[in-house]
Design a protein around this ligand. Sequence first.
Ligand code: NI
Length: 256
Amino acid sequence: MIFESHAHYDDEAFYEDREELLASFAEKGIGTVINVGASLESCRKTLQMMEQYPFVYGAMGVHPSETAELTEEGLGWLRTQCALDKVIAVGEIGLDYYWKEPAIPVQKKWFERQLELAREVKLPVIIHSRDAAKDTLDLMQALHAEEIGGVVHCYSYTKEMAKEYGKMDFYFGIGGVITFKNAKKLKEAVEWIPLERILLETDSPYLAPEPNRGKRNSSLNLPYIAQAIAELKKVSYEEVVEITRQNAQRLFFSKH
Ligand code: NI
């Protein structure tokens, strides 16, 4: 069964058919799904989904672009949720310089605070980093993120940068971009990244892989991503599915 390590089924793109869609996952080979919080509101919806679906687990965190809403009270609320059994990570957290909103110091402050939260509650982190490779790495090194562990989700940087994150024993979330014809840089990185460090993800509803590029994404597209990785790594599709499932189990469930 495929392990979906990053999706947003609380998104309004799924309001009309979420029930039906998630009910179809088991027969389509999708086993476990991590629904990733991006704002306090999406964390609340994630908690509801965790209760409703046995195969859905949750990550609690606020995306860098949403950090203007964070307060000590909000952080305290996140800390409380992290004690729940089915909360298996802090995320998604990080830096986003594509959208420089809120200002960089605000993003950095809450990235640090949420990294510290993960250390405190002993959960791995799910990192969002866009156009901010160096600052993300510097901040993670300064806070000894290698002691916390986690995944750089939707990895999109170079092979050289992957080596740096690899030194901290981080995993790499690989999604739909790997199927795009122009993703040369990412393909080079994935050729280097050991299969034992790769997690499958979609980031649904965003970033649908070929041949569904541009449409609403869902975990049903994960086989296209696994197939693209299998071709790059010169291993079987089944091996990619099985090894990435084991990787996700090791990262997210070993502390429970
Ligand atoms: Ni995401």
